[in-house]
Design a binder for this molecule. Structure first.
Ligand code: RBF
Length: 159
């Protein structure tokens, strides 16, 4: 069976240097304890891949639904090469979960195609808070790290 790829355990020697690139990070404040752990993982990883601190521009948005507008703003107003979007939507009793997740997935795809730049989908969509903790520095790694690795790989691809 094919091994699942968990990029949280990445091999930096197999990833292009991030030094030439400017990266935007848009992070949602909803479920902030989770999303700020994702942000920290992404930021630290970008630095360890060689991205210069002054080339990382971070903006907060209120909730995951606003990630699309945040990514669009980032690509219109900064000359970044890629945008990492980080959020956490937890299944509740109402259908908001479905609407938000679908809107963000479609929204970020549209922003990426519109600007012809990589937009990285770092949105946790979990059944409960524990599953979110498990993916924000817990037993399933930190999806912020994986988003950062993906961003640098996509910047190199899109050159
Ligand atoms: N934003 C999140 O990032 N994660 C959530 O789990 C989340 N749940 C929400 C549940 C409800 C009922 C509502 C109204 C909003 C929720 N939001 C959540 C906020 C949403 O992304 C957005 O910020 C607001 O709807 C304002 O546009």
């Amino acid at each position: 069976m094919m091994k699942k790829t968990n990029l949280s355990d990445y091999d930096a020697t197999q990833i292009p240097s991030g030094k030439p690139y400017k990266i935007g990070i848009v992070v949602a404040d909803w479920n902030g304890e989770i999303t700020h752990a994702l942000q920290q993982g992404a930021h630290e990883t970008l630095i360890s891949l060689g991205v210069l601190p002054e080339n990382i521009n971070t903006k907060q948005v209120p909730g995951s639904y606003e990630l699309t507008t945040g990514a669009d703003w980032m690509l219109r107003h900064t000359n970044c090469d890629a945008v990492i979007c980080l959020g956490c939507v937890i299944q509740g009793e109402t259908r908001h979960f479905d609407f938000i997740c679908e809107a963000v997935a479609n929204g970020l795809t549209n922003v990426s195609l519109k600007h012809e730049k990589p937009v990285i989908f770092g949105l946790l969509t979990t059944n409960n808070i524990q599953q979110a903790y498990d993916r924000a520095g817990g037993k399933h790694g930190n999806k912020g790290i994986e988003a950062a690795v993906t961003a640098v790989k996509m910047c190199a691809l899109c050159e």
